[in-house]
Each structure stands twice: as structure tokens, then as C-alpha cells.
Design a protein around this ligand. Structure first.
Ligand code: R5P
Length: 279
């Protein structure tokens, strides 16, 4: 099986030891994207890795690549390192249901299998048949260094419970409220006094959740606070803002990382292992 990838996942593909397919992603003078498969893959199984986060070109590249592969007669296994638009997994009146739109478009390709690395929530599983994969094995050696692992909200609790059990490290959790886009966390269940704490979440975007969680932990006597998340979305200034509240910031490289000020947990080998199991 050959590996095809979009630019959003090129940094991962180059570290995955699977033969690469031959393809071309280019732009016309007006900026429009063209994807061409140069291998004969008729009737063959292939892997594709690509993420769907903004800018929209990432998603377009992915769906054009899926279309090109489909037209070339391939049977496609897709792995999405970061499923962009997954946070819009519910809809309010008058709003576009973007998470579902992404699922519907991906679903229309009738792919063989779809894997998603640490999906934001399971709500979109109603609209797309995929397997959610959280790389617990990459986090375990880190989590084991702490005295307690904390879920900053309900969404992170299930994963934190699994980490807590697997690493034999106790857990605590918090109640987060998001109102008009502003995060507030004011309830902590668990004892963090004088403890080295690590907060675990699926992603860090503005850093607001981790900052609010750290404030509450500090006021409850936590000694040292580090954070770990699968997806380092890390919008501009997030790392600088976080720096005032937390020690180490661990994220995987599902999204290519630029800052030297964070600890990167490489995920390409883990992704390679998932794909090789399909061979
Ligand atoms: C939300 O429910 C997610 O699990 C994360 O907690 C959130 O998206 C992180 O975003 P931010 O860093 O902007 O608080």
C-alpha cells in the first residue's frame, strides 16, 4: 500500500516509513488547486493522510486528492491527524452545521476506513463512520511523572480516566462553562494541594481553557502545573499567554509546530504503526 498525503500532513508523511505514492498538487495562476495521481493504483489499496483545519485549502486539497484517487480506481484508507471543524459539532438556529458538512463530504467518497486522531467529541460519529484514535501510549511516560492528572472539562474526562487508570496516577476534574466565547472554570473535584499536576485536553487553541484551569489549580494549592494536549492549534500569542501560568507545554505534531518554546511529542511513528497494521 502506498501513502499519499496533502500538504497539511507533509511533515508527518516524511517521517513515516511507508512507500510514497507519486502525485502532484499544484496551483493554477489564479490560485486554484489541482491534484493529479501519477501511479497506477487501479484496484489497489492506498493510505491517505490529511487534515481539515483552516485555511479551507487544506480541506479542498484533501477532497480533491480523494477524488483523484477514487477516479484512479484505488480503495482508500484515510487518516485525519487533525479533524478541523469538529468543534462545530452542534448547531444553533440559523447557523451552518460545519462539522456535519465536513463529515457528509468525506462520507460521500465511500472510503474503506477512516481514522481520526483524537476527535474533539463523538457527536459527529452520527454522520461519519470513523475510528477515533487517541495515542495514549505516547502520553503515558509523561503522565507517569506527575502526581495527578486533571481534566479541565467534561469533554476531557473520559480520556483522563483512561490515562489515570493506565498510568496509575490519580485524577481530578473540573467544570468548565463557555459563555459568549469566554471560558470560566470554577469547580474542581479532587485534591491537588502541594502536588505536581498535569492538565490533559484534546487541544489547545487560544490557551483560555488551560489558563483558567491553571488559575483554579493554583488557588487550590497545586505546586507545579504542566499541560499536555493532542492538538497544538496554538493560535498566535497562545504560547506566550500560557507561559505566565504553566511550566511545560506538551503537544503532538498532528499540526506542524513552529514554536521552540513547547515540548513536541512526535506522532508520525504512531500513525505509521496504525497504517502498517492495515497492510
Ligand atoms: C473544548 O471543549 C476543547 O476540548 C478544548 O478545551 C478547547 O477547544 C481549547 O480551546 P482554548 O485553548 O481556546 O480554550
Amino acid at each position: 500500500m502506498k501513502l499519499f498525503y496533502t500538504r497539511s500532513a507533509a511533515h508527518l508523511a516524511k517521517r513515516i516509513n511507508i512507500k510514497k505514492g507519486r502525485f502532484e498538487i499544484k496551483r493554477y495562476a489564479d490560485g486554484e488547486i489541482s491534484v493529479r495521481i501519477k501511479d497506477n493504483i487501479k484496484g489497489k489499496e492506498v493510505f491517505v493522510i490529511g487534515s481539515t483545519f483552516m485555511p479551507g485549502d487544506n480541506f479542498l486539497e484533501l477532497i480533491f486528492m480523494l477524488d483523484a484517487l477514487k477516479r484512479s480506481g484505488a480503495k482508500i484508507n484515510l487518516l485525519i491527524p487533525y479533524f478541523g471543524y469538529a468543534r462545530q459539532d452542534r448547531v444553533k438556529e440559523g447557523e451552518a452545521f460545519t462539522g456535519k458538512v465536513v463529515c457528509d463530504i468525506l462520507g460521500s467518497f465511500k472510503l474503506k476506513r477512516i481514522f481520526v486522531i483524537h476527535m474533539h467529541s463523538s457527536r459527529l460519529s452520527k454522520f461519519l463512520d470513523y475510528k477515533d484514535v487517541i495515542p495514549y501510549e505516547l502520553y503515558a511516560p509523561i503522565i507517569k511523572k506527575y502526581e495527578i492528572v486533571v481534566a479541565p472539562d467534561k469533554g476531557a474526562l473520559e480520556a483522563v480516566k483512561k490515562l489515570s487508570k493506565g498510568c496509575k496516577v490519580p485524577y481530578a476534574y473540573m467544570k468548565k462553562i463557555r459563555k459568549d466565547g469566554k471560558v470560566s472554570i470554577n469547580k474542581l473535584m479532587g485534591d491537588v494541594k502541594n502536588k505536581n499536576v498535569v492538565i490533559f485536553d484534546d487541544m489547545i487553541t487560544t490557551g483560555g481553557t488551560m489558563i483558567e484551569a491553571s488559575r483554579l489549580l493554583k488557588s487550590n494549592g497545586a505546586k507545579n502545573i504542566d499541560v499536555i494536549a493532542t492538538h497544538g492549534v496554538l493560535v498566535e500569542s497562545a504560547v506566550n499567554r500560557l507561559r505566565k501560568y504553566v511550566g511545560r507545554i506538551y503537544v503532538t505534531d498532528t499540526l506542524a509546530q513552529k514554536s521552540n518554546d513547547i515540548c513536541i511529542v512526535g506522532i508520525s511513528k504512531f500513525i505509521g504503526r496504525i497504517l502498517i497494521k492495515l497492510l
